[in-house]
Design a protein around this ligand. Structure first.
Ligand SMILES: *[C@@H]1O[C@H](CO)[C@@H](O)[C@H](O)[C@H]1NC(C)=O
Ligand SMILES: *[C@@H]1O[C@H](CO)[C@@H](O)[C@H](O)[C@H]1NC(C)=O
Ligand SMILES: *[C@@H]1O[C@H](CO)[C@@H](O)[C@H](O)[C@H]1NC(C)=O
Length: 359
């Protein structure tokens, strides 16, 4: 009963903080009373969003009242397992205004006699209230001796890309993690000393970006021009007419700040033969029958060469590399007369040599 009342009260809070951005909700949010809240400091006081600069909003931060908070920042989660109690997150994520339920194990209770409490994620990235303590409850449900645990903790980082796991109370260790698309610079683990200082400075998360991709010769990039691109951004490549794309038609900005590929547009090759057939794509054909008399980049072209002494032929293959297709040194293009008068004696039409002849 008490618990559901508490939950609904805290829900009003959470809801009012959500709508605080649009309307004046001073009525629903408590006035800040100094000393009322058990935390080191309250965030900057405000009446409306414009009091807070562009990164923060004016939201209801519990007993601190309307305060400038960054709503994307999270409180430590998951928390280390507690002694004699369980914790459960009641909100989808541990961000500002999220609710957390602390429930004592059966037979245990808190100093106020209740067996559960709700904590709220505050603007300073700490869970509200004291660190819970559940002690064995005396039979008969009488309230146990009050146990006051002052909140002694280190301050949490103010970086919305950085999330923390673990607890910031004195003597405990936290782990840091950066949001997708950013890398952690510094120590990923830290310990809060007795004197409420961290062993190391908080790390920072640096956003990963890719530089603008290289301009592609004989083609176009299909992308919004920017000085830097975010991880996951995709750019498409198109080649001008008659050029073949060598590589994928799209590249993506990778988590290490490089592009997934560097496509190029390759030129087609004129075939350096006119009056004898060649083999292209497994088919023996006349060069003038090839579309535009050219082959694509990467295509193999097999030429027929004449044996220096015998009347037979052997083959030599060359590959088209970006507009360049060499004529094999053994190949001799037949003359116009040979082509017209003795078509059956052209080097591509005579019998192939016996392998023994080629030794
Ligand atoms: C806090 O305690 C740690 C460990 O005992 C020590 O290294 C550090 O110098 C202390 N810092 C301050 C500000 O006293
Ligand atoms: C970036 O990551 C990709 C894929 O994981 C890898 O192939 C590439 O070598 C990396 N580049 C650098 C500069 O680390
Ligand atoms: C060209 O020949 C090479 C070597 O025989 C082969 O690896 C390649 O796949 C061929 N390329 C094409 C387009 O047929």
């Amino acid at each position: 009963m008490e618990r559901s009342l508490l939950v609904s009260l805290l829900c009003v809070w959470a809801l009012s903080s959500l709508s605080a951005a649009s309307v004046d909700t001073t009525e629903q949010c408590p006035e800040r009373i100094l000393g009322n809240e058990r935390r080191q400091t309250c965030p900057k006081k405000c009446q409306q969003d414009k009091d807070c600069g562009n990164k923060r909003q004016c939201l209801c931060d519990g007993q601190c009242g309307l305060s400038c908070v960054a709503p994307g920042r999270t409180c430590p989660w998951p928390l280390p397992p507690g002694k004699n109690f369980d914790v459960a997150l009641l909100s989808p994520s541990p961000s500002f205004s999220a609710l957390l339920e602390v429930r004592c194990k059966p037979g245990f209770a808190m100093h106020n006699g209740l067996d559960s409490t709700i904590r709220r994620c505050q603007g300073d990235r700490q869970w509200s209230g004291d660190e819970p303590v559940c002690t064995a409850s005396p039979r008969g449900g009488l309230a146990a001796e009050p146990v006051l645990v002052p909140e002694v903790s280190c301050s949490l980082p103010d970086d919305e890309l950085l999330s923390v796991q673990g607890s910031a109370i004195v003597g405990s260790t936290i782990h840091y993690q950066c949001a997708a698309g950013s890398v952690l610079i510094g120590n990923s683990e830290n310990i809060c000393h007795e004197n409420q200082t961290w062993q190391y400075p908080h790390p920072i998360c640096r956003r990963v970006v890719c530089p603008p991709p290289k301009e592609v010769e004989r083609g176009h990039l299909v992308a919004v021009q920017r000085t830097a691109y975010e991880v996951g951004d995709t750019i498409y490549y198109l080649c001008k007419k008659n050029f073949l794309l060598d590589g994928p038609n799209q590249v993506t900005c990778l988590p290490n700040g490089t592009w997934s590929a560097e496509p190029a547009c390759r030129a087609r090759c004129p075939v350096p033969a006119q009056r004898s057939r060649v083999i292209v794509g497994g088919v023996k054909r006349w060069p003038y029958d090839l579309t535009d008399g050219v082959v694509a980049h990467g295509e193999n072209v097999t030429f027929f060469c004449k044996h220096p002494e015998k009347l037979c032929s052997f083959t030599a293959t060359e590959v088209c590399v970006d507009g360049q297709l060499k004529q094999p040194s053994c190949y001799l293009d037949p003359t116009w007369l040979q082509f017209k008068l003795f078509p059956h004696r052209l080097v591509s039409e005579i019998d192939p040599c016996d392998p023994a002849d080629l030794q």
